[in-house]
Ligand binder design. Structure first.
Ligand code: AQP
Length: 332
């Protein structure tokens, strides 16, 4: 298939903490699977990470860590365009123009805004505009598909609304992006609280919440051992039994088995046996990522060069869209 006819993909992850198994199953794993068939742009969205208070040194380190994890998880910079959002000024430039066509009411309705704002003493304008920046990221590359986890579905739908509004106001400009969710693992829950999604920022201050990609085996085993289940005994996929279903889903992701095979494997067993089996599976599943990460960490110059080349490759695509947008709104 010729390069030009391939469908375009954009997705990104914020360097807002250590990546967890939800980030892998919701996003990264699906990115890796499509890097040959599609024209992929995978970004480390650092501008999003400053919408809540952050430590500069921690953020700087986090950007490198996420970049190394992209590679450790199997992203190949020779086959995709992988770069840091702030290395391309077009993201912030397009965001401002889209800010000016987005009604505030659309942003105030976003569930992630409401929950993140509730946790802040002082809410920045940037936190409210977060999904507009995400729309700018996606629309700048005229992406056809956006592979993300369930929590980001509402933001991708908003990006479609913003694209539609811009196209109506100024003429057909943006490709309408489609959200792509994984069939399994679109919303992994916190092990300490299976009513809430697993989150990297929560994991930063709560031990026992997340299974982080770089956690050593003993930490993974301890976190799974302490996972909240319930007072029942049956080990089955059941949407009303959140804790057990979350553990079974993680097991399914790590082993690739069907739900029926997993249920028959655990029939008659107790939660201790389930947790032991999940811990063994997770440790083996994440082992190659951790090992590859250590190898990559040993050559720091390599990742700098990957990110420099990525930003350079993203440049002409971003500039072409921004030029068209600027001209359409009467600025050019
Ligand atoms: N629990 C999850 N299950 C499945 N997918 C998930 N994702 C996040 N949590 C889960 C997906 O991973 C990508 C990361 O996007 P992000 O960096 O914008 O972070 P986020 O969606 O806000 O969630 P995080 O990782 O928990 O970060 P914080 O705590 O900083 O908000 C997205 O594709 C997301 O859907």
């Amino acid at each position: 298939m010729a390069f030009e006819t391939r469908k375009r993909v954009f997705s990104g992850i914020q360097p807002s903490g250590n990546l967890h198994i939800g980030n892998y199953t919701g996003a990264l794993r699906n990115w890796v699977r499509q890097q040959d068939e599609r024209d992929c742009f995978f970004c480390i969205v650092d501008l999003h990470a400053i919408t809540v208070p952050q430590e500069p040194a921690v953020l700087r380190q986090g950007i490198r860590e996420v970049a190394l994890l992209y590679l450790a998880c199997g992203i190949d910079p020779a086959r995709v365009t992988m770069f840091v959002q702030s290395h391309r000024p077009e993201h912030a430039q397009l965001c401002w123009i889209l800010d000016c066509v987005t009604p505030v009411g659309w942003l105030e309705r976003m569930t992630q805004y409401k929950s993140k704002a509730a946790a802040q003493a002082s809410v920045s304008a940037g936190l409210l505009a977060y999904p507009v920046l995400q729309a700018a990221d996606i629309l700048l590359y005229q992406a056809d598909y956006v592979p993300v986890g369930e929590d980001q579905r509402q933001h991708v739908e908003l990006a479609r609304d913003i694209a539609g509004r811009f196209n109506r106001l100024f003429g057909e400009t943006f490709v309408m992006p489609q959200v792509e969710l994984p069939a399994v693992g679109a919303r992994i829950k916190g092990l300490d609280d299976p009513t809430a999604k697993m989150s990297k920022s929560v994991a930063g201050h709560k031990a026992g919440h997340a299974l982080r990609l770089l956690d050593p085996p003993d930490v993974l085993r301890k976190t799974i051992g302490r996972a909240v289940t319930d007072s029942g005994r049956e080990i089955r996929f059941n949407p009303e039994r959140l804790g057990v279903t979350n553990l079974l889903t993680i097991y399914q992701l790590c082993t690739g088995q069907t739900q029926a095979a997993i249920e028959s494997q655990f029939e008659g067993q107790g939660y201790a046996g389930l947790k032991r089996a999940v811990a063994d599976a997770v440790i083996e599943y994440l082992r190659p990522i951790r090992e590859r990460y250590s190898e990559l960490e040993a050559e720091p110059g390599y990742i700098d060069e990957v990110l420099r080349q990525g930003a350079e490759r993203a440049g002409p695509v971003a500039a072409e869209t921004l030029e068209m947008v600027t001209e359409r709104v009467g600025l050019g």
